[in-house]
Structures are given as C-alpha cells and as structure tokens.
Write a protein that binds this ligand. Sequence first.
Ligand code: SF4
Length: 334
Amino acid sequence: MRYPIGFTMAQAAHRHKMERSGLKRYPTVVMLEPLYTCNLACLGCSVERHTGKLKDRMSLETCFKAVEECGAPIVNICGGEPTLYPELAQLVAGLTERGKYIILCTNALKLEEKLLSVIPPTDNLFLMIHLDGMRQTHDYVCNRKGVFDHAVEMIKKARDLGFYTYINTTVFKETSVEEVEDMCKLVNELRANGILISPGYEYESVQSDVFLSKEQIHEKFKAIREFAPKYKVNATPMFLEFAAGMRELPCAPWSTVNYTPKGWKAPCYLVEGEGYYDEWTRFWEDTNWEYWESRLDSRCQNCKMHSGFEHSAVEESMKTIKGTLQLAAWTLSK
Ligand code: SF4
C-alpha cells in the first residue's frame, strides 16, 4: 500500500465523521512549527523559519493545546528544524498518546542523535527527510557540502531500524526532470517508503529566482506524471493532473492548518494574508475561507502545493466511479 493501512483508515474515518456532522470544511493535517530555529538556511526557505531563537520555542502544553483544539488526526511537525526542539521525545510521546499520526519533517543532520537513538519506530511515526535533488543540487540548495550524503546515510539507518521513511523533494527552476526521476530511483535503492514531490513556488517573504513559473510547473509535472506510476510517488493521480495543468481545482487551505510560534497563520503555511490568531476559534471563524478557496488572490495564482490541493484532488476523484476506482488502485499499489 502507498501508506500503512492504519494511516489510510484514520483519514477515511475522520472524513466520514466530519461529513456525517455536516461539515464542509475541516482540518485533516496540522502543520505544527514548535520552533523557528534551524541548523541550515536553505534556498527557498523563508528567513523567519530559520532565524528564530530557541528560547522563543513553543512549550509542550502550547503544542498539545493547538493539536487538540483543531482536532486534525495528522500532525506534521516542521518549523524550523524539529530535531533541535529539546522536548521532541516528549512531544512525539504526547501526540502518540493522543492517537495522532505524526509526520516529522527534518533535514536529518541531527536525526540519529535526537530521534533514531531515542525514540523507537512505531506505526504512527513517519520520517519525512528533506532531499531537494541529488548530491550537487541538494548541497547547493542547503548551502553546505555533505548534507546529501548524511541524509542518505540517515535514510538507510532509519529504514534498517524499521522507521517509515519518506523523501520530501521540492522541484526548482534548475531541477531537471531526469534528476527528479533519479530521486525516484534512489527511493527504491534506499528502500524508502515513498517520495513527495512539490513544485517550488515563490511565496510571500521568499524572494529568489530559483522558483518555477506556472508554465514551468506544468511542463515539468507533465513529464513527472508520465514516469510517476513506476515509482513510489506520494501524490494522488488527480493532484498530478492538476500540477501538470490538465485540470483546475479549488484550494482547500483549511484542510492543512498551520500553527506557528506567532499563532494560527491565516490562511495557510505559505501566505499570511490575514495575519496570525492567538485563538483557534477566532482563526477558524474569522478567516475568509471562501475567498482563499477561489484562488483570486495574486499570491495564489502560481501555487500548486500539496497542502492546499491534495484534499481537493481527493474530493474531486470521489465524485465519479472512475475517479474513486483510480484513487483506490493508487492507494493499494506500491
Ligand atoms: S492557493 Fe491555497 S495553499 Fe496556495 S497560497 Fe493560496 S491559500 Fe495558500
């Protein structure tokens, strides 16, 4: 299966429960950023996400309160670099006790010391290791030599120990389609569980010429879509059609909410179009979701992020029998 059965079933059960309650909008994932401190300063990362002071990190209580209030079954711990969060082991333990599925996004520099040798592998913990290309590209993006080799070593170690381990790749302007396919082959060589491929898109507070225009996203993802079925690519078929410019989808920013050291970010991980909220209820009720779903905002024009569109891709797939069968076949394959 594309993802472990428990993870897939938890999402299906959550969807069923929300729909039975009559809710049109509900969060499935919370992107929890307990700190804005990082040991790298990668191209494509917003300055605030790697320059924060460790002393300004969230407390464990603040993290648990945010997760409980939003009710999402999946917690994506990102930031900042989560392995620098001193209370990481307690955070993972507390989320596990609360029945959450945890995706831990990391550059893997401190993975062994802070996680692999401290926390045992479980069915509800997924490591998502940042790898933006093969050696030359990734070390360039991370602005440090040796990061690629270290990440590869950590993927092997994590798999040997029994951790579910995925690769997270952003495709930039200079990334060739051949290199993306090499990354997919690397997933097989390393016995990793899959690869999440996202188009690099110039979002608020990040100015760089490494990002793709909408036309470039379409061109690259048309080619990626061709070879994706041969590999463990963790993007639904409908999302890949969207990324390749073959169909339009509304955004669903409420499906993946973002809690940061500054509060709930509205509307999404990428854009602070409506600022930050201290309280969940105000964030949820006051954000103009209808506006952000429409993608009329200039900052949304080129966006093709999984966090905004995978929910819509699944919804769209389930509108027809053909789409539902295609989605089921994709879920059960690889
Ligand atoms: S399209 Fe959606 S995910 Fe992308 S920037 Fe706009 S609101 Fe955020």
